[in-house]
Write a protein that binds this ligand. Structure first.
Ligand code: PBG
Length: 333
């Protein structure tokens, strides 16, 4: 015997709360605001350079003398923080990424320029060596392996130089074991107890980083992949283990990367630890949206906002996104 819809639902009608915009607004559990945005920017050598990136339509690389105006714009848009990456000239790259220890390298110069131009914007630097190695790996590469402990020593030293240049938060995106503790200790001994640390806790060996490699110039340098140090996309419990270590070692914030394919990991980490948890909407995610929008397959602004709101719903406190300035403009009306 068939039951009527009314017998099945009884008095419960979920659609009552969705009838009008005003009640959808009342029922809304999560909101996206400019306060949730961190803007990753790409730097390059030279002066007065602003070059578009082919695989990241709408994203540019800026020379250091041009980054101040971008930071000021971010500040005016209400974007809380900027994360810096760079395309470092080949002649400055080597096997061990020694340029990371140059106090006047492009990243440290950019930190000063951003701080000068926009003192209210937080600066997040990264100690990973991929910007400075001639093989594009994130650590020191020797005899076919990425050497962990020697890399960690280098990262710790670099973190002090980045703090000295004015970085508010030093991040570590290279997934070496023990790095968060070493970085914390190094910062503390150098008198930077209040400089924050961000751990790229669950960074996966992902195909979604493709376009980033164009942006930082490692496309043709990188041989092999990063599977011996980044996490396996098949794993989830392992992210909990990683987060436990990073937090125990003193990390102030943790991060999941990439973002959208890993929303389940964000939720698990937030539920498990309740610490500030960031997500990185990586280059490939940006490119997918832009490419589909370009073809007319997706509504660009709508999916941009939806993709970012979904990070909030999953439990992220903030999102690194190349869409940051655009989204801030949209949100500010
Ligand atoms: C490596 C690093 C990567 C990204 C930022 N830093 C990944 C990689 O090179 O393997 C990717 C960011 C993106 O795709 O947007 N330290």
């Amino acid at each position: 015997m068939k039951r009527s819809v009314d017998e099945i639902t009884g008095n419960r009608r979920m659609r009552r709360n969705r009838r009008f915009e005003w009640n959808r607004r009342l029922m809304r559990e999560n909101v996206l605001s400019t306060d949730d945005l961190i803007w990753p920017v790409f730097l390059c050598e030279g002066t007065n350079v602003e070059e578009p990136l082919e695989k990241l339509p709408g994203v540019h690389r800026y020379s250091v003398d041009r980054i101040g105006e971008q930071a000021k714009m971010a500040q005016n848009l209400g974007i809380p923080a900027i994360a810096t990456f760079a395309n470092v000239a080949l002649e400055k790259r080597d096997q061990t990424g020694s340029e990371v220890l140059n106090p006047d390298n492009i990243i440290n110069q950019a930190t000063k320029a951003i701080k000068d131009a926009a003192p209210d914007v937080g600066v997040i630097t990264d100690v990973a060596l991929d910007l400075f190695t001639d093989h594009g790996h994130d650590g020191i590469y020797r005899d076919g392996i990425i050497v962990n402990d020697e890399t960690v020593e280098r990262l710790a030293e670099a973190s002090v130089l980045q703090a000295e240049a004015g970085a508010d938060i030093v991040s570590a995106s290279e997934m070496m074991d023990g790095r968060m503790g070493a970085i914390r200790d190094a910062l503390n001994s150098a008198g930077y107890e209040m400089t924050g640390t961000l751990a790229y806790t669950a960074k996966y060996a992902s195909g979604f980083y493709g376009p980033y490699r164009e942006a930082v110039g490692t496309e043709d340098l990188l041989k092999g992949d990063k599977r011996t140090y980044f996490m396996d996309p098949a794993n989830s419990d392992e992210a909990i283990h990683e987060a436990y270590l990073d937090i125990s070692e003193g990390a102030d914030m943790i991060m999941v990367k990439p973002g959208m394919p890993y929303l389940d990991i964000i939720r698990r980490l937030k539920d498990e630890f309740q610490v500030p948890t960031l997500a990185y909407q990586v280059s490939g995610e940006y490119s997918m949206i832009m490419a589909a929008a370009e073809k007319g397959y997706l509504e660009e602004e709508r999916v941009i906002l939806e993709s970012l709101l979904c990070f909030k719903r999953a439990g992220a406190d903030a999102v690194l996104t190349y869409f940051a300035p655009r989204v801030a403009e949209m949100l500010n009306g």
